[in-house]
Design a protein around this ligand. Structure first.
Ligand code: NDP
Length: 338
């Protein structure tokens, strides 16, 4: 069983060498003493920014740190090989929390969803139909309360979550602008995902001036993926009664001292509602999400771009790539296709 082992807690930017490829033998059976467990063959693994947080020492967080010496844990799509849990049978496809390895023994099946719809690419359950898709859907509709004609700004807009938020916002009749870190990504936003406009934040020495140019009348809704300087500039450009969905702050994850936000008082004066959320607050509504999004995919009202890395060996480099913006779209690792 090839595995990607987490070496030790990380400070600053993670490196490929923080993860080691190892091989061992395992029995492809759930041990006798494990009730309600499954043994899965991993097919697609998801690289997600929050995994960086699990590489550090976490205290009082909503998740635990990875365990040094054990396989990295993350979202993935897998096939059941053996099961002692009545709801999952050999051959079933699932998505949810698994390990960065060829086969995983999953002792708690709570975090697993059975895949019922296989007429879409299976890898979508790491992105569009998995955790990032649910993040985009609930983070936008539940927190931003969008109304037709409102202005929406999305940072990290071409990624796993952002590309969907933009498309949902367009479907809601909003005026949508995204920022991303390269010309190719900006082109995708404008030409593939249907954003009204987009800009490369790296080409903008003054983010406040850029936002004033793109939103002369201000921003009603900000979908926050990045934090730091961008959040500060957005606060200056929010409209009265604006909403900020605080989804993530990737610019801060590798900093030992997080950047202070200077313009927070705008939340008071402009009566802005800023709300943080973690996607698993909404997993009980997952079937509602599927009922809405599956038809949108079939009617081609929504599209999705993935960045596919081949082989378990490529997983460490793919994960690190998120923090330099190397991924274009949802970063997926293919371990096996069936
Ligand atoms: P992406 O697919 O967007 O990949 C990460 C991207 O972040 C990179 O491609 C890069 O894009 C950008 N980035 C990396 N480093 C920096 C930096 N220092 N400053 C600015 N941008 C940077 O990731 P996801 O779509 O999966 O995640 C987007 C956000 O959503 C993250 O903040 C994540 O933590 C959050 N999230 C929150 C969840 C929740 O439950 N609240 C669940 C899932 C995700 P670029 O080239 O454009 O800079």
């Amino acid at each position: 069983n090839k595995q990607i082992i987490f070496k030790d807690y990380v400070k600053g930017f993670p490196k490929e060498s923080d993860m080691i490829l190892e091989s061992s033998t395992i029995k492809l059976k759930v041990p006798e003493d494990c009730n309600d467990a499954v043994l899965v063959k991993n097919l697609y693994l998801s690289c997600d920014p929050y995994m960086r947080n699990r590489m550090g020492i976490l205290e009082g967080s909503y998740i635990d740190s990875f365990t040094p010496g054990s396989a990295i844990k993350g979202y993935g799509v897998a096939r059941i090989v053996d099961s002692s849990y009545a709801n999952f049978k050999k051959g079933d496809l699932v998505w949810g929390l698994t390990g960065w390895e060829e086969y995983s023994l999953i002792k708690s099946t709570e975090g697993l969803f059975k895949i019922q719809h296989t007429d879409v690419p299976l890898s979508y359950y790491t992105g569009l139909l998995g955790m990032p898709g649910a993040t985009a859907y609930f983070g936008f509709y539940e927190i931003c309360s969008p109304k037709r004609g409102e202005t929406v700004f999305i940072s990290t807009a071409s990624g796993a979550v952002g590309q969907l938020v933009g498309q949902f916002a367009k479907l809601s009749g909003c005026y949508v602008i995204g920022s991303a870190g390269s010309k190719d990504k900006v082109d995708l936003l404008k030409n593939k995902f249907g954003f009204d406009d987009a800009f490369n934040y790296k080409d903008e020495p003054d983010l406040n001036a850029a936002l004033k140019r793109y939103f002369p009348n201000g921003i009603d809704i900000y979908f926050e993926n990045v934090g730091g300087k961008m959040l500060d500039a957005v606060l200056l450009n929010m409209r009265f009664h604006g909403r900020i969905s605080a989804c993530g702050m990737i610019s801060q994850y590798n900093l030992e001292e997080p950047e202070g936000v200077k313009n927070l008082f705008n939340v008071v004066t402009k009566r802005i509602r800023m709300e943080g959320f973690v996607v698993f607050d909404y997993y009980h509504l997952y079937s509602k999400f599927l009922d809405t999004v599956l038809p949108l995919i079939k009617e081609e009202k929504i599209t999705y771009v993935e960045d596919i890395a081949e082989g378990l060996e490529s997983a460490p480099s793919a994960l690190i790539g998120l923090f330099s913006g190397r991924n274009i779209g949802k970063q997926v690792v293919v371990v096996a296709r069936e």
